[in-house]
Design a protein around this ligand. Structure first.
Ligand code: PEP
Length: 269
């Protein structure tokens, strides 16, 4: 595995990471700034005990990004945003741009989370602009894809994943594809306590990797694909041990330092 560690001790963003495991916390619309600081004060010292080969990313709401990034500055924890607009500035009320995130010390961004797609009209066309923009800006994009329960039951999981992966990554140059992290998140498993079985997760994530392989086989072996959907301290080890699974995107179970630590500790290079 490649060690992409600059002098700061943090893994460099945007370079091929040799499939270092990555565990990311998506806090969604949870935690005030004060709550976020409290989490970080407890989490950061303990996070130093997580295996050095594991990338750890915390994605707070926008309002807590500055404080969390400042607290995490000299640690091994990276900070991510939960969304980003593809333009640098302009008349886009309520939106936040890559330069705004970078100035705060943000290094990653979750894009295309199913809640953004479902409730806020996030489209594949917009994602096809956002992913290359994040890469160009030096942010690590964590692109979420996944099927609904109805789509799974109708046997349409692969069609949905093919559509999302192909559309959302269409404008990413093949040489930059290893710098994208893809999170397979079956929508029926998000926040429901209904985790995908090991077989379902491996099949879908293996399929996502095969889709990348349609662009380039070598790149497909390098790109990191995470599982997300009701990951907790009890199921993380089994899911992250699967052949094609390179880590986890964690919602509910990332809100407590103890449970997020247990999940991160289960990641193995
Ligand atoms: C998520 O928000 O990306 C997620 C996977 O949530 P949860 O872990 O709560 O299912």
């Amino acid at each position: 595995m490649t060690e992409n560690r600059p002098a700061s001790g943090k893994p460099e963003v945007g370079l091929p990471a040799g499939r270092r495991p990555l565990v990311a916390a998506n806090w969604k619309m949870n935690k005030t700034n004060a709550d976020a600081e409290e989490f970080m004060r407890e989490f950061l010292p303990a996070a130093e005990g997580i295996a050095a080969d594991v990338d750890v990313v915390v994605c707070p709401p926008f309002t807590a990004l500055r404080a969390v990034a400042e607290l995490a500055r000299d640690s091994r924890v990276r900070v991510g945003a939960q969304n980003m607009h593809e333009e640098d500035s302009g008349a886009f009320t309520g939106e936040v741009s890559a330069p705004m995130l970078l100035e705060l010390g943000v290094e990653a961004v979750v894009l295309g989370h199913s809640e953004r797609r479902q409730y806020f009209g996030e489209t594949d066309a917009a994602l096809a602009r956002k992913v290359p923009k994040a890469l160009d800006a030096g942010l690590l994009p964590i692109l979420c894809v996944g099927e609904t329960e109805q789509e799974r039951e109708a046997g349409e999981t692969e069609r949905k994943l093919r559509h999302q992966v192909q559309s959302d990554l269409a404008a990413v140059d093949v040489a930059r594809l290893p710098d994208v992290v893809i999170a397979y998140e079956p929508i029926w498993a998000i926040g429901t306590g209904k985790t995908a079985t090991a077989e379902q997760a491996q099949a879908a994530i293996g399929f996502v990797r095969a889709l990348v392989s349609d662009r380039d086989g070598g790149v497909a072996r390098a790109v990191r694909v995470l599982y997300g959907g009701s990951v907790d301290a009890g199921n993380a080890a089994e899911l992250m041990a699967l052949e094609d699974v390179d880590g986890a995107l964690v919602g509910g179970a990332s809100l407590s330092p103890d449970s997020f630590l247990s999940i991160a500790a289960a990641a193995r290079p």
